[in-house]
Write a protein that binds this ligand. Structure first.
Ligand SMILES: [Zn+2]
Length: 291
């Protein structure tokens, strides 16, 4: 693992974080770099996988400023962006796609065929909703990825494996495994140093489905784990699974033991005072206690 000089990337990305994560033990792919949005962009991770000449991007950011900074990071690699894979339909992972495509018009945006229709069906309404409140912070159009026709993306002959969608913070998410880099892009199955988006997981059966997905992903045994969202000091390793499990355990217990929104919030803040993505907790409490 090699971490790039932090000041270099802070200067490059104007407040966002990007770091080189993994270098392979043998020839194959050059490395993976992770770009993390600023807090306004939801500290969402995008992963840039680099070959000798070409690159693949996993997830395309949320706000226009963060997508623009991600495009700068990709441009700085000097690689040709070939493919952009979107892991799931939540807007923080793809509303920045138009800004990426403006800079790399030859790139092909794709999603798993089970997820592509969800993106196609919801993206415009999501963008309209965001632009109604913050017109300058979002792209002016949506780009809908095409359905991927294979279970892998090839980058210079190396397989980037698109895993079958499973239940995470929403019903269908495709994680991505890059064997040549010993790296798993876990997307929104895993959160580190932030509240998790549990608004769609308010019952024990759903929470159990999420836990089962974590077990399957952890069993892959990848050395480098990229969570969907992170704090600035988060590690890129399997501790992301334990952190997410602990948050789900606390959430399930808090749901069972409280009966008001205030008590649920107090139970979830216990020990979590420093976590980012506070709006995720607000929305989760709102899902349990509407109005
Ligand atoms: Zn997300």
């Amino acid at each position: 693992m090699q971490l790039l000089d932090r000041r270099t990337f802070l200067a490059l990305t104007a407040g966002s974080a990007a770091a080189a994560l993994a270098r392979p033990a043998q020839a194959g792919l050059a490395e993976a770099q992770v770009f993390t949005a600023d807090p306004f962009g939801g500290v969402v991770d995008s992963t840039v996988i680099l070959g000798d000449d070409a690159a693949v991007l996993i997830d395309a950011q949320f706000t226009l400023p963060n997508a623009t900074r991600l495009a700068d990071v990709i441009a700085a690699t000097g690689k040709r962006l070939e493919t952009i894979f979107i892991t799931h339909y939540h807007p923080d992972h793809h509303l920045g796609l138009a800004a990426i495509m403006d800079r790399f018009p030859d790139a092909q945006p794709v999603a798993h065929p089970a997820i592509q229709p969800k993106i196609a069906g919801g993206a415009q309404a999501m963008l309209d909703n965001m632009r109604a409140g913050q017109p300058d912070n979002f792209a002016t159009r949506v780009v809908i990825p095409e359905a991927l026709s294979s279970d892998a993306i090839l980058l210079e002959g190396e397989r980037i494996e698109v895993l079958e969608p499973m239940h995470g913070d929403t019903d269908l998410i495709s994680a991505v495994h890059i064997p040549a880099l010993d790296t798993l892009v876990a997307s929104d199955f895993a959160y580190t140093g932030t509240h998790a988006w549990v608004a769609e997981n308010t019952t024990p059966d759903k929470i159990d489905m999420w836990r089962a997905s974590l077990s399957k992903l952890e069993a892959i045994g990848a050395g480098t784990i990229v969570p969907g969202h992170r704090s600035a000091d988060a590690m890129n390793d399997a501790s992301a699974f334990a952190a997410t499990r602990a948050y789900l355990d606390q959430w399930e217990a808090a749901l069972a033991e409280t009966s008001t929104a205030d008590d649920l919030r107090a139970a979830m803040m216990q020990g979590n005072e420093g976590l980012g993505l506070g709006f995720a907790l607000d929305r989760a409490i709102g899902a349990v206690y509407p109005g």
